[in-house]
Design a protein around this ligand. Structure first.
Ligand code: CA
Length: 233
């Protein structure tokens, strides 16, 4: 889970990044509202911890502009001012939760856990499926809906598999995969693709899903559903 902290107080921002990282989250910071909004727009974050009083663009403005764009990223507002007015205004602007400074880290962790549970329940359509193999576009986890076994993918593995799942049963050349994942100007070698494919094969095998990545000699790869009859067990 990738968390962005938009907070202008350097000490607090750094402390939050450290605590969240220690807790197993991936966390980054932005020191002002403009920077924060730009980062949120990259789409790589799962949750934002947003201070209200910020230079350039304040937290409430960020919040309302995101909600106007229909961006539903979960947001926890932070503020030093514990007034009813701010709280109501924040929730009205579309915040998911609210913390008043100073707060305990444990309190923040609890709010994050609650929000991520709530968020996952409404993201069923963020699942990509090929046969019994499911890829969660939010958590980067693959699982088999037969065995229930799941495992998390790295970023490149995720990008390759997402591309292949959109093209199930279609042969993709190494060139296509390289361009899709590393971009046209990349120095990535074809053998990088092979390395990530081998990681993916191991992980797919781990889930027990009836899907495999087939090599097509001299061309590339294809994601294939394994045909089997239920009676053959
Ligand atoms: Ca502030």
């Amino acid at each position: 889970m990738n968390i962005l902290i938009v907070e202008d107080e350097t000490g607090l921002r750094e402390a939050l990044i450290k605590s969240l990282t220690d807790e197993g989250y991936s966390a980054e910071g932005a020191p002002d509202g403009e920077w924060g909004l730009d980062l949120i727009h990259t789409g790589i974050y799962d949750l934002v911890i947003l201070d209200i009083m910020l230079p350039k663009i304040n937290g409430l403005e960020i919040l309302s502009s995101l909600r106007k764009e229909n961006n539903r990223i979960p947001i926890i507002l932070l503020t030093a001012r514990d007034t009813l007015h701010d709280k109501i205004h924040g929730m009205d602007s579309g915040a998911d939760d609210y913390l008043t400074k100073p707060f305990e880290m444990e309190e923040l962790f609890a709010r994050i856990r609650m929000l991520s549970r709530r968020f996952h329940q409404v993201t069923i359509d963020h699942i990509l499926q090929s046969g019994d193999l499911e890829l969660n576009l939010k958590t980067y986890e693959i699982s088999s809906n037969n065995t229930g076994k799941k495992i998390k993918l790295g970023t490149k593995e995720f990008q390759i598999l997402e591309y292949m799942m959109h093209n199930t049963e279609i042969v993709l050349s190494r060139n296509q995969i390289t361009e899709k994942v590393w971009g046209f100007d990349s120095d990535a070698e074809y053998n990088n693709v092979d390395v990530y494919i081998s990681f993916l094969r191991k992980k797919i095998k781990f889930t027990g899903a009836q899907v495999k990545i087939q090599s097509v000699r001299g061309v590339g790869y294809l994601l294939q559903k394994i045909n089997y009859t239920k009676n053959s067990k």
